[in-house]
Design a protein around this ligand. Sequence first.
Ligand code: NAD
Length: 338
Amino acid sequence: MLRTVVYDTKPYDREALQAASEDASIEWQFMDCRLSIDTAATAADAGAVCVFVNDRVDRACLEALAESGVKHIALRCAGFNAVDLDAAKDLGLAVTRVPAYSPHAVAEHAVALLLALNRKIPRANNRVRELNFALNGLVGFDLHGKTAGIFGTGKIGRITAQILRGFGMRVLAYDPFPSEDWATEHGIEYTDAQSLARECEVISLHTPLTPETRHIIRRETIELMKPGTIVINVSRGALIDTKALIEALKTGQLGGVGLDVYEEEEGVFFEDLSGQILHDDDLARLLTFPNVLITAHQAFLTREALGEIARVTVANLTAGAAGEPFLPDTALVDLLTS
Ligand code: NAD
């Protein structure tokens, strides 16, 4: 049996991992806490650990894990900035991740935010529950015939673009590595970033967070936009300069904002803080706007995505324990090949 300690788990993680490992020789130990040097001792005698986006797997933590006999760090997410890969290599620890689980889940959530925001569904729902059936203040606009802009046409951006084409929208896209054949096939037009900002009623962000994309939406970009533009971000919080966003919401330059990610989400998103004091003034301000819709990094949260994350994680844990190759494209540090 491979004893695997799983950090920062929620009930849905546990269910998915258990369901995916019915036929596997894995003994799970599910932890609420995150993995860091302070909690690494909880992995004593384990063969592997399984971590998520907010665990802190730095060199000191990896040294402690290696000392206690851990051989494999299995990330149950795509991003791997939480793990010191050089240190893992030095210490002879294998590291794997789940590079893609369901781009459909994330794209569909982006569109859900857009529809709910434009047609003011949360407000309408709150009203009718109070037996207020008035329609004042609930006017939206037809997406059909409007222009949407997609920043980043990777796996998720492409699906979002195709869904919006299905609504009868004109879709513009910007990506430093355009996929011309795909664009032609789906009637999507590539343009430069400034034209995209200028011409669209809806802008949706689907780029990874890199030094180039950090604050890709800032005061100067927002000034280029048509008054009333809706911005959707399901990618990474720091793609948007939050202070500039708040200013543009106050002046009405932006017509609405749908966020599944937020610059300072760590320690807030994924947690139940009800009854506590929110210390983030920018987030508190964002929550006051009627035309801002926020979800707490849940775009990936479908049964299919959780199932795929669990399937790949279990397959790699099993392969690692047997000294067999990991699934293709999932190894960040592979001891068989390095
Ligand atoms: P991907 O790697 O398939 O695509 C990213 C695209 O962005 C690529 O085509 C790339 O060329 C492009 N790009 C890079 N720099 C750019 C720039 N400066 N301007 C415009 N485009 C640029 O990634 P993906 O699977 O589509 O995921 C996109 C992002 O979605 C991820 O990086 C991640 O941050 C986010 N994500 C969020 C969730 C969630 O639950 N909210 C889940 C999964 C992924």
